[in-house]
Structure formats: structure tokens, C-alpha cells
Design a protein around this ligand. Structure first.
Ligand code: MTE
Ligand code: MO
Length: 450
């Protein structure tokens, strides 16, 4: 049978007719903001009316309006910069992932197929006017232009192949178990496509801090400011996160202006973004315009209130921000991308499975195992069927799994990383209130016709 990537209800396109209450709620919110409504609400071309923003201009704009809202023009960039095959997980703010088969075509994900995770609109930044401020607890605060950062006599240029994975990848499986706090518009119901690998070029943040005379005593964290804004519960915020200094010191944070040999696409953070190796995607701040050395992790809501991991027994009654762990390193995880869930597969004793495997925190997959019987017997994917090993990127894999049984079967995948971490068996084992880092064995059901 034909398989569509659109998912019912939670996921795929938001079918607003099915959610009249939510639609009303969104319409109410939109009345208070000065940006065009998303396509479902306003079927006209979106005007490009927002000001050219540099770091300084952005701050002025933010102060002058007292609202700081940048018109949401991300939809334009979706049409221009992304493949028409993208699955729009949320249209507003724009969040999208590629279809499974397209994602599996390349070890290094082409820019038009790379997933997009936005909390708000896409700021328009003039690269000629762009500045990056480095301040806080550094010895010599500096303002650098893009030309300064690209001046190779000041900073050695660095290229790394690194995976970005959203902590929401595979959230749909947790939603099916129990939707938790996920019934907020901003929580995207991702499938297995919110991951990719790209070749990033830029400078090491460590070198930039060194250029600023290093850190003052007490500086332990580095705060990253993105020029976009988003709203939550009626308030408007800047996208701000922080990472520990030791991560930067390890040389694992890149300030990148190139993605796969091209200037960063606007929707991926043009002209400059952070790429934090092995951490959840959330820390890789896009549209970066300011960096501050600070004592404690950032007070910003994205850092303190989002991206928290609650143990599985925490729910509506007892979820407090203070109960959550701040998620940084990505755990080991994997997915079967082909065949697809609920597919009928005609075969002659072997079914070809394809997928990805990834581990964060500087670990990498060393062994991938698949099961054709719901997890009783596991087969190793031959190591030569795993793609190139990079320290900070995923590995694609494929295997011909012997299958004798006919009818509905459950296929699983699990991965071991080089620190011998592996994945929990059941979604429930790692289910958490905010539905982050779905790390359990990925399962699909197929109808086997031998
Ligand atoms: N940076 C800014 N300024 N605003 C954002 O909304 N989203 C973060 C991160 N950086 C975000 C951001 C999240 S949650 C993820 S997963 C990655 O960007 C996604 O990067 P991509 O959209 O380039 O794939
Ligand atoms: Mo994310």
C-alpha cells in the first residue's frame, strides 16, 4: 500500500479544522502581535517588512517597541531554502523535518533537507552590518565583525562534520504513550527526522574567548544570545541559552558561518550560529549576536524552564522546574527509517532495514543491533554496513534481516556507543513530562509476506 509521511492528529500538518478551540486561542494571541499570521490564517504572500538587524539595532528595536517582536517571515525561507519534500511539523513557528527516505540518501545531509527547529521568526540580518559582542566576565570585551571572525590571521578556520539532533526527535512515540506537557503549540511532535549531519565551517569559540583576553575569575558558563524572539504564555522572549565553559575549553563549540560549503541558510541562523558538538540542538544558538561569560547557567527561560528532563514518575501534579535536570549531552539513540511503520513488506526470507544511529557527548555508535521478533533475538548490523565514523556525527546503517514469519511483526533497533551505553527497551522507561530525548529502542510494525 501507499505510505504517506503525514501523521494523524499530532503531527504532520496541523489540521486546524480539527482543533477549533486551539485555532481560536491562536487567533486571540495573534491579535496582540504585529506580525503577519501564519499561512493557515492568512493566505496572502508574507511581506518582508522587518528592519535590518544587527546586534545593536536589535536591542534598540527591542527597547523601542517594548515588544521586540520580529515579524514572522520564516515561511518565505521555507519556500526558498527548504526542499518541497519537507514535512511541516509545525507551521508556526516553522518546524520541519525531511521524509525518512530522503534523510537516508546522504551521510552528510544536504541543506535543503536539514531539519529546522524554530521557537519564533527568522530575523533578517545584514551581514555587512552584523556585529558580535563578546562581554561579561572576559578580560577584554570586544565587538567583532564577520570579517574579523573570518580573518585567518586572527583566528584559524575550522571545519567539522557534526550532527545536530533536536531533543524532541522521536517525540511522537512519547506522545502516543502519554502526551505529558506536550499539548503546547511550541512543542513540536517530531518523528525520526529531527537529526542530520553537516560540515560546519567557522572558528572555535575557545579561540574567540582567548582573543578577548580569556575569562575573569568565577566565569563558568558562556551565554549565547539569538536575535530571534518568540512568545510563550503571553510573554515575549529572546532566544538565549548557555553552555558550560569546559565544553568551550574542550574545543567543542564552533561559531559557524558555513554549512556544507555554503553560507548558512537564513533559516539555519545566517550569518552566524553556534554549533555545540554532542549537545542537544537547543544549545546551538542561531542568529548569534552576543556572547557573555557568566557565573551560573543563564537565567533565560529557554535555559531554565525548557529542555529539562523529568524522571518518568514526574507529571502534572509534581513537575517543578527545580525537579528537572538541564539536558546537555544527547544520549545514544537510533531509528529504523526503512521500511516504514505499518508497511506491508513482500520478501524472500530477508528484509532490508535502514536507519541512523547517534550518540552525543563525544561518543559515537560502535554497534547497531536489530530484532525482527519484538526484541527477543538481536542481530548485529555488520560493522562494514555502518557509515564513516566521526566523533560527533551519526552513522547510517543497513542490514538484511533474516525473517521467516509472516503477518504482523515488530522490528526494533538499538545502538551501543563507545562508552558502552545502550538504549532502554521501552518508551515508558525513559518517558518524561516534557517529552525530550526519546532514547528507547525504536520499534516499527510491518506486515511480513514471505
Ligand atoms: N537558536 C535560536 N536563536 N532560535 C531557536 O529557535 N532552536 C534551537 C537551536 N538554535 C533555536 C536556536 C533548537 S531547539 C534546535 S534543535 C536547533 O537550533 C535546530 O537547528 P536547525 O534549525 O538549524 O536544524
Ligand atoms: Mo531542539
Amino acid at each position: 500500500p501507499e505510505f504517506k509521511e503525514e501523521r494523524e492528529g499530532w503531527g504532520g500538518y496541523i489540521e486546524w479544522e480539527k482543533y477549533p478551540e486551539k485555532k481560536k486561542q491562536v487567533e486571540e494571541i495573534l491579535k496582540n502581535y504585529d506580525f503577519p499570521a501564519p499561512p493557515e490564517f492568512q493566505l496572502v504572500p508574507l511581506p518582508n517588512t522587518n528592519p535590518i538587524l544587527t546586534g545593536e539595532r536589535f536591542k534598540q528595536y527591542h527597547q523601542a517597541t517594548g515588544l521586540g517582536h520580529i515579524p514572522d517571515i520564516s515561511w518565505q525561507y521555507v519556500l526558498k531554502e527548504k526542499s518541497p519534500d519537507m514535512i511541516h511539523v509545525l507551521q508556526f513557528p516553522y518546524n520541519g523535518e525531511p521524509p525518512r527516505d530522503r534523510l537516508m540518501e546522504n551521510e552528510i545531509t544536504p541543506n535543503p533537507l536539514f531539519f529546522v527547529r524554530n521557537h519564533g521568526g527568522v530575523p533578517e540580518i545584514d551581514p555587512a552590518k552584523f556585529t558580535l559582542d563578546i562581554g561579561g566576565l572576559v578580560n577584554n570585551p570586544k565587538r567583532l565583525t564577520l570579517a574579523d571572525l573570518q580573518n585567518e590571521s586572527l583566528f584559524p578556520r575550522q571545519t567539522n562534520i557534526v550532527s545536530l539532533q533536536c531533543s524532541g526527535t522521536r517525540r511522537i512515540e512519547q506522545i502516543h504513550e502519554y502526551p505529558g506537557d506536550g499539548d503546547e503549540l511550541i512543542n513540536a511532535p517530531w518523528s525520526e527526522g529531527a537529526i542530520g549531519a553537516a560540515k560546519w565551517t567557522g572558528v572555535s569559540l575557545k579561540k574567540v574567548i582567548k582573543h578577548c583576553g580569556g575569562l575573569k575569575d568565577g566565569a563558568m558558563h558562556i551565554e549565547l544570545f539569538g536575535a530571534d524572539t518568540y512568545f510563550k504564555k503571553g510573554k515575549v522572549y529572546n532566544y538565549v541559552v548557555s553552555i558550560p565553559w569546559r565544553k568551550v575549553k574542550a574545543g567543542e563549540v564552533l561559531l559557524a558561518w558555513e554549512m556544507n560549503g555554503e553560507p548558512l541558510p537564513k533559516i539555519h541562523g545566517f550569518p552566524l550560529r553556534a554549533v555545540v558538538f554532542g549537545y542537544i540542538g537547543a544549545r546551538s544558538c542561531k542568529w548569534l549576536y552576543e556572547i557573555k561569560a557568566i557565573k551560573d547557567p543563564s537565567e533565560a527561560p529557554v535555559q531554565r524552564k525548557e529542555y529539562l528532563y523529568y524522571t518518568p514518575q514526574i507529571g502534572k501534579q509534581n513537575a517543578l522546574y527545580s525537579n528537572g535536570f538541564s539536558i546537555q549531552d544527547m544520549p545514544v539513540s537510533s531509528a529504523i527509517m526503512s521500511p516504514k511503520d505499518m508497511q506491508h513488506v513482500v520478501h524472500d526470507g530477508k528484509v532490508k532495514l535502514k536507519g541512523w544511529a547517534y550518540s552525543g557527548g563525544g561518543h559515537w555508535p560502535i554497534r547497531v543491533e536489530v530484532s525482527g521478533d519484538g526484541g527477543s533475538i538481536w542481530y548485529e548490523v555488520p560493522w562494514e554496513n555502518l557509515s564513516t565514523k566521526y566523533y560527533h556525527a551519526w552513522r547510517l546503517w543497513e542490514v538484511d534481516l533474516p525473517v521467516e514469519a509472516e503477518g504482523w511483526l515488530e522490528f526494533l533497533v538499538r545502538t551501543w556507543d563507545n562508552a558502552l551505553n545502550t538504549q532502554p527497551t521501552f518508551v515508558r522507561s525513559a518517558w518524561n513530562w516534557d517529552l525530550h530525548v526519546t532514547s528507547s529502542c525504536h520499534r516499527i510494525k510491518i506486515y511480513s509476506i514471505n
